[in-house]
Design a protein around this ligand. Structure first.
Ligand code: IMP
Ligand code: MG
Length: 189
């Protein structure tokens, strides 16, 4: 198991991160999802809507592997103000800039935790009457769901640990790590 020590991050300094999904494992899984989406959307041109900022790495890798045409746009919401605690409310910070009416939309997220962000996004997209909406998330903390929500394409189901890397951040840090790392279990962050 690869580990790394957190440096220069105030109260998090000295914490030990464990690598839970290597670059290789992520690449294989993203490839599988891309194949599945390519098959299920054959003959269509879906619009991938990436949820900023966390989904950018996943969206880029997924889109490059699709065997169908697609369009790409972004939306930005805020649900976590700082650290690892959710504020419980979701705010729209940047809306999509394309027209999605009568289009096939695939929302691309890094991780589903409580499900509040995912539900908000799905409702927001549905207001514009697309012909279909699907949800893909690289990671899904199913045991943390606070409401009923299902994603059509899930990379990995993960346990309740705080994760960073491959787009996921803690106070905006660690996003650029190429693999996915976990903070210790039950750590009081
Ligand atoms: P939810 O609304 O509670 O499902 O939270 C979703 C958002 O919280 C994700 O888009 C992430 O930005 C953030 N988030 C949830 N869990 C983690 C984590 O383990 N690491 C980093 N960000 C997370
Ligand atoms: Mg996010």
């Amino acid at each position: 198991m690869k580990t790394r020590v957190v440096e220069n991050m105030g109260k998090y300094t000295g914490q030990i991160l464990e690598e839970i999904y290597s670059q290789d494992v992520i690449e294989k899984r993203v490839d599988e999802l891309a194949k599945q989406i390519s098959t299920e959307y054959a003959g269509k041109v879906p619009i991938l809507i990436g949820v900023l900022n966390g989904s950018v790495f996943f969206l880029a890798d997924l889109a490059k592997r699709l065997e169908i045409d697609c369009e790409i746009d972004f939306i930005k919401v805020s649900s976590y103000h700082s650290g690892t605690q959710s504020s419980g409310t979701v705010r729209l910070l940047k809306d999509i800039s394309c027209i999605i009416t009568d289009r096939d939309v695939i929302i691309v997220e890094d991780i589903i935790d409580s499900g509040l962000t995912a539900r908000f996004l799905k409702h927001r997209i549905l207001e514009n009457q697309p012909s279909s909406v699907a949800f893909t998330t690289l990671l899904f903390k199913r045991e943390c769901l606070k409401l009923d929500f299902e994603a059509e394409y899930v990379g990995f189901e993960v346990a309740d640990r705080f994760l960073v890397g491959y787009g996921l951040d803690l106070d905006q840090k660690f996003r650029n790590l190429p693999s996915i790392w976990a903070f210790p279990v039950n750590m009081n962050l």
